[in-house]
Design a protein around this ligand. Structure first.
Ligand code: AMP
Length: 279
């Protein structure tokens, strides 16, 4: 596997792949890789001639300085995992490689995605996601880019960016990988204390409880029960809600014909967990 740090090393490799009409699969990550990330790499390896994984903790998408500082960084372990997964290239750019001095931020109207759920609770987060992915897509020129549905709102942001600026890249959204206890895998889980780690699966269980309540309990009651149960176990809730899965418009009762998604973001101590389930 090639390890690349600079744009000037990357560009000739990408040019050569393009000249020989190879497909380029791209998996952007912030590192501290787990099986969820590796499932994206595996899918890309299966579908593309050449797979690039980027590991870049993007300062622009953090609205909390402590979260950025404490974000786990494990480049050696990540390298081994990527080699074992048959990834072709790991790209570890520094901030100035991604955002050079003359960098002009891209403008994109995200509609309601900017003001609901993650957009509401992490102001500026999705603008940071748009900026970094736009730059990385310009550098890597992927034919296919792979994202996790664990971050369903991010998947919708990426699709908006793709339609506006990168129509030649196919976006592939992949299912969420979970621990056997139901907890969605996440790099941030590494920061849970052993006690928090024992409690964390209750979050996925509460979301599943809302899905299972459909048709038995009124929607608001099902959400309130889940919130009350989690709060009683020490979780602090940013949001738990049910929305249309295609648009993330919140719904008020179960009478919707649309495919639905239960979405949530909670704190356990210092660590913020997000998850969602479509049903
Ligand atoms: P991150 O490093 O957290 O920015 O994640 C990089 C990519 O991996 C994003 O597209 C995430 O949605 C995806 N991802 C994160 N956790 C999981 C998971 N448990 N299962 C599948 N994909 C995931």
């Amino acid at each position: 596997m090639k390890k690349i740090y600079y744009r000037r090393e990357l560009a000739p490799i990408i040019d050569e792949l393009k000249e020989s009409n190879k497909t380029i699969g791209f998996v952007p990550t912030m590192g501290a890789l787990h099986e969820g990330h590796i499932s994206l790499i595996a899918r890309a390896v299966e579908e593309c001639d050449f797979v690039v994984c980027c590991i870049f903790v993007n300062p622009k998408q953090f609205n909390n300085a402590g979260d950025l500082k404490n974000y786990p960084r494990l480049p050696e372990k990540d390298t081994l995992l990527l080699e074992n997964a048959n990834c072709n290239m790991a790209f570890f750019p520094a901030v100035e490689e991604v955002y050079p001095e003359n960098y002009i931020p891209v403008e994109l109207d995200l509609g309601i995605l900017e003001s609901v759920y993650e957009g509401k609770y992490r102001p500026g987060h999705f603008d940071g996601v748009v900026q970094v992915l736009n730059r990385l897509f310009e550098l890597v020129k992927p034919t296919h880019a792979y994202f996790g549905l664990k971050d369903i709102q991010q998947c919708m942001v990426v699709e908006t960016l793709q339609r506006a600026y990168h129509p030649n890249t196919t976006i592939v959204n992949c299912d969420t990988l979970r621990e056997s206890n139901g907890l969605a895998m996440s790099s941030r889980n590494l920061r849970l204390t052993p006690e928090e780690n024992d409690k964390a699966p209750l979050f996925a269980k509460a979301l599943k409880g809302i899905c299972d309540a459909k048709a038995n309990i009124p929607l608001k009651g099902a959400i309130d029960n889940a919130i009350a149960e989690l709060e009683s176990r020490g979780f602090v809730i940013d949001y738990i809600d049910v929305a249309k899965a295609k648009t993330l418009e919140s719904i008020n009762n179960w009478n919707s014909e649309d495919e639905l998604v239960v979405v949530g973001a909670v704190f356990l101590g210092e660590v913020r967990l997000i998850d969602n389930m479509q049903f």
